[in-house]
Design a protein around this ligand. Structure first.
Ligand code: AHR
Length: 497
């Protein structure tokens, strides 16, 4: 097939907030224990953090990590996780049916973030707890000194405040599986009051209101407008969560899910702007897509109830999942004028790009690579590409373009990149990219992932699915031509010398 992409500097969508490439660590399964934290592991540093994991997190270049949940946060007493470790209580975690030892908590996470070159996106418990505990946590983390909670932090060995800037007001509060689930009105009220006093405690912070737990949630839409109607003036972002699966083993439909994602994002923007119009407000609410990924391989896997850090949600990803993750991230970038935060859920072991063996090695899952490419090369502004290519129909979708793409331009550093997925299972695409508007930019690297069975996976002894470098595409009369293999992930890097 033939495909054409026309790009222009005027097709700017928006600046890409670096937090677009965030991720998520929950107290769930082996994300913390055996994942980022494993004292006694051969690579553990003086704080018990696995260096092999930190090295891979740095490769992914993750600027912000959400913590400590997720469903877990809705039953969490943050006070259990600070102070002398030997005095910290063990608690039942009702979200995931396990025992939480609390040997890792807020201060350990902040320390870990510093070592991983990330900021912390902290969530407060608005399920079983409320306004009081939320404001205390802000005071503990962000107030300098001379108050009960800030001095408690100092007594725990952290003289300087953590200065955590962005805070999630609970998690998926519309879901019946959530401890302390609420109606939109109940949630709007508690979110408003929590956000208000958290900001009185530290006026520099920003807060994220929980949106629906997914587009399929029965209250999706009304949840957003009703809770925002109440909390609008105090909050800065609304959250979105979405996971996709291919249980029906229908790859064309699985690959088309990014179209649904696009509509989902658009409808949440509409919900925010509807409330803005209704209030005649000058303030715009932006989006925090703080959970997104493929998730289904591990569903139904049994575990030992009330054990500590049993394997949970340990999806092993295949090649088609990597293309879906690439398409999802491209779709998020297409809305970077409104999405300011996004978190690949999650980061280590639990539905994650990084997979460890407790006491053993680590490997990069297939989905590691598209995320790594976008996070490292997709900086600056996103440009909306005009794509002319054949389309296909599948279950639930018509007119799905075979080529999904985004371009990014970082003029300050003279760097540009085009990211494309070829969704065709069997057809190559001859892609022409019109570079008329980009005087001086020349391609210098062409990276792809292709040629693998769509179900191919990586493992500890088999890193089969990984990117490779192609010949640099030719440019003739400002038209770049590249061959995109069937069913492939592609990154074309250009620069201006
Ligand atoms: O990321 C796994 C879980 O998915 C999170 O705990 C929850 O917020 C969502 O339902």
């Amino acid at each position: 097939m033939k495909a054409k992409i026309t790009l222009a500097k005027e097709f700017k969508i928006g600046e890409i907030d670096k937090r677009m490439y965030g991720s998520f660590i929950e107290h769930l399964g082996r994300a913390v224990y055996g994942g980022i934290y494993e004292p006694g592991h051969p690579t553990a540093d003086e704080d018990g953090f696995r260096r092999d994991v930190i090295d891979l997190v740095k490769k992914l270049n993750v600027p912000i990590v959400r913590y400590p949940g997720g469903n877990f946060v809705s039953g969490y007493n943050w006070e259990d996780g600070v102070g002398p470790v030997e005095k910290r209580p063990k608690r039942l975690d009702l979200a995931w049916g396990t025992t939480e030892p609390n040997t890792f908590g807020t201060n350990e996470f902040v320390k870990w973030c510093r070592k991983a070159n990330s900021d912390c996106l902290m969530a407060v418990n608005l399920g079983t707890r409320g306004v009081e505990e939320a404001r205390n946590l802000v005071e503990y983390c962000n107030h300098k000194s001379n108050t009960y909670w800030s001095d408690l932090r100092r007594s725990h060995g952290f003289e300087e405040p953590h200065n955590i800037k962005t805070w999630c007001l609970g998690n998926e509060m519309d879901g019946g599986w959530q401890m302390g689930a609420k109606t939109a009105t109940e949630y709007g009220r508690i979110a408003l009051e929590a956000s208000k006093v958290m900001k009185w405690t530290d006026p520099t912070i920003e807060t994220v209101l929980c949106g629906s737990s997914s587009r399929n949630s029965p209250t999706f839409g009304t949840w957003e407008t009703e809770s925002l109607d109440i909390a609008y003036d105090s909050v800065d972002y609304v959250s979105l969560h979405q996971y996709y699966e291919n249980r029906a083993d229908d790859t064309p439909t699985f690959l088309a899910k990014s179209l649904e994602l696009d509509e989902f994002i658009y409808s949440v923007i509409c919900a925010c702007d509807y409330v803005k119009a209704k209030k005649r407000s000058k303030k715009t609410i932006n989006l925090s897509f703080d959970e997104w990924n493929v998730w289904y391989h591990s569903n139904g896997v049994p575990f030992e109830k009330w054990s500590v850090a049993p394997p949970r949600l340990e999806d092993i990803y295949n090649f088609e999942d990597a293309l879906v993750v690439g398409s999802m991230l491209i779709t998020l970038l297409r809305h970077c004028d409104r999405i300011k935060i996004a978190c690949l859920a999650q980061l280590v072991n639990v539905i994650a790009p990084i997979f460890t063996k407790t006491g053993g090695g680590v490997f990069e899952q297939t989905i590691f690579y598209p995320f790594m490419h976008l996070s490292n090369y997709g900086r600056g502004v996103a440009l909306n590409p005009l794509i002319d290519c054949p389309k296909y129909d599948c279950k639930g979708f018509t007119d799905v373009p075979f080529i999904e793409a985004i371009a990014t331009l970082d003029e300050e550093n003279g760097e540009m990149a085009v990211f494309c997925v070829n969704k065709s299972l069997d057809e190559k695409a001859v892609l022409e990219v019109n570079l008329m508007d980009f005087e001086g930019y020349k391609p210098y690297e062409f990276i792809s992932m292709d040629g693998y069975d769509k179900k191919a996976e990586n493992g500890f002894t088999n890193a089969a699915v990984k990117p490779h470098i192609n010949d640099v595409p030719a440019v003739d009369n400002k038209i770049l031509t590249a061959q995109l293999e069937p069913f492939s992930w592609n990154v074309i890097k250009l620069n201006k010398k």
